[in-house]
Design a protein around this ligand. Sequence first.
Ligand code: NOJ
Ligand code: CA
Length: 678
Amino acid sequence: MKKILLVITTYLISPLLFAQTVQVTSPDGKIIVSINDDKIPSYSITLNSEMVIADSRLGLRFKKAAELGAGFSIKHSAKASKDSTWQQPWGERKHVRDNHNELTVTFSTHRESANVFNVKFRVFNDGVGFRYEVPAQKGLDGSIEITNELTEFSINNANESTAWWIPSRGWNRYEYMYKTTPFSEVDQVHTPFTFKLNSGTHLSIHEAALVDYAGMTLKQMRGGVLKADLTPWSDGILVKKKPNFTTPWRTIQMSENAVGLLNSNLILNLNEPSKLADTSWIEPGKYVGIWWGMHINETTWGSGDKHGATTSETKRYMDFADKYGFDGVLVEGWNIGWDGDWFYNGDVFNFTKAYDDFDLKVISEHGLASGVRLIGHHETSGNVTNYRDQMADAFAMYQQHGVRQVKTGYVADGGNIKRIDDNGIVRHEWHDGQYMVNEYLHNVKEAAKYQISINTHEPIKDTGLRRTYPNWLSREGARGQEFNAWGSPPNPPEHTAILPFTRLLSGPMDFTPGIFDMGFNGLGEKANRPQTTLAKQLALYVVIYSPIQMAADLPRNYEANLPAFQFIRDVPTDWQESKAIAGEIGKFVAFARQERDGKDWFVGALTNEEARDISLSLSFLEKGKKYQAQIYRDGKEANWIDNPYEMIIEQKTVTASDLLLLPLATSGGAAIRFKALD
Ligand code: NOJ
Ligand code: CA
């Protein structure tokens, strides 16, 4: 009797028995997102009728208010659609189409407080984004503290999938070697997190417009279920908000093949338009710098006999930049604070005082006389309070000397960013917690006041904010070239065949390609060196997108090989259009890009440790037009281990109907300029 009564009660009061489902599809109809309130608010996704994300939980938990999630039902939903094209001031393509269907679902429950929230879904042909919108309401007024984001991504048939990932919450931030594993071995990972289902469908989970919120990492719970794992503040709270807030977009890019992921605009489309009215002072371009010498121990950041950043050395670099057409010269180690173990010198960095052997005025005037700008550097070693105290003065001083770009650095172990709070207490934060998310953006906004663009090293991951703040030109956020100087081990041959499908889905990377002398520690398999051929170093300029690209090696190594250097001189860093044309994750990849407001096309192709022939259709070229293909490719006997330099430079006349066969050596590559002939 008791049992029957209970059932009847449930029937009368519970919304569960009236579970509702609402749906929204992509413009091409291939992706369907279903949102339901059966037991808990959740969503699922199909692509071409294949269930890719099974029913996955939605919701937020708070320190003071009750959960937004369990027990809520769909109150109403509202549809909208958009199909428009917008323009990037610089980028991998000039015109970006934003074509999506939107569904805003309002969930509510019968109680006095914390009783309503929205989830807004946007479905594009290349994937899905959704975010929480939490209106001001009783219980969620005053200061709001999030203790758990319940968002899940429940991967269907995950056990048959392969994943490419780096661990989150580690000491080395995002600078880990990518692992290729069965999905079951995925533990706690950073995004973009990319995986391939058995069907061949490729997916990548990330986020867009990460502003005033903690970075989202993912944790595998029950097999195949990934849960949002927000990086906490030093006091354990995940996110601190004021009433009426939205979260960043949770994104799932998807494609029937690997290459499709590379042509997605989803992350940019989910960001707000530029907040800068005038962007004319933001300059993409190529640079050289007083940099690699320190990494290979020829010179030092600190003062003394081997000091790299001297007035005379900087003038020499500026003359080199002028002679070979570079826009800027990065100088690291010119300011006081590098002596001793600079990794731990965050407290003593002075951002406006130079060492005695460096004259900022003299060198900046020397450069400007020939149109070469000094590129500034701010290494904080993770002491962000020391940096913030000096930031305005430091930018003002650089601006006075014609500096338009500053590279910042936050070298410190994960969880060890030092800040001093309002009560004078030292706190230690993660690079990807809410405090630092805000700190990095503060830096970019402050720089804009001085018409300075930022290239962040040891950054927060990219989430497309370059659209909103176009002076955030580039960043690191993965293992770059520097690891080939001293990393143990250096980047393996597959590294740059994985990056495009993972880290680079988030945005530009300052990888610093172009090492010509691989033998600074000797060649072979064991040495610290780039594990590539020379042609692959050239290919990186096209494969790894960044509006600023460094020619990272020492001037003498370029002057020793001017024919190969010609490609670096010719390749642009700003594009009209970009097309990924071939690739499999971790194996090989090829991109074609057309120069911004120009006619020439460029191709970069590279492979992992396996030699392979790639046959490229040149159908991206303008039909009926002739091009001179200037090809830089691996020589017949080239291999990365003991013959990395053998390269063939040849020219051919081609048209859009040609096929080009590119034989790539082990960890080899090819770089091609298609010069339009008229
Ligand atoms: C790490 C950066 O990635 C590197 O480029 C820089 O030279 C050092 N920090 C020093 O700031
Ligand atoms: Ca670094």
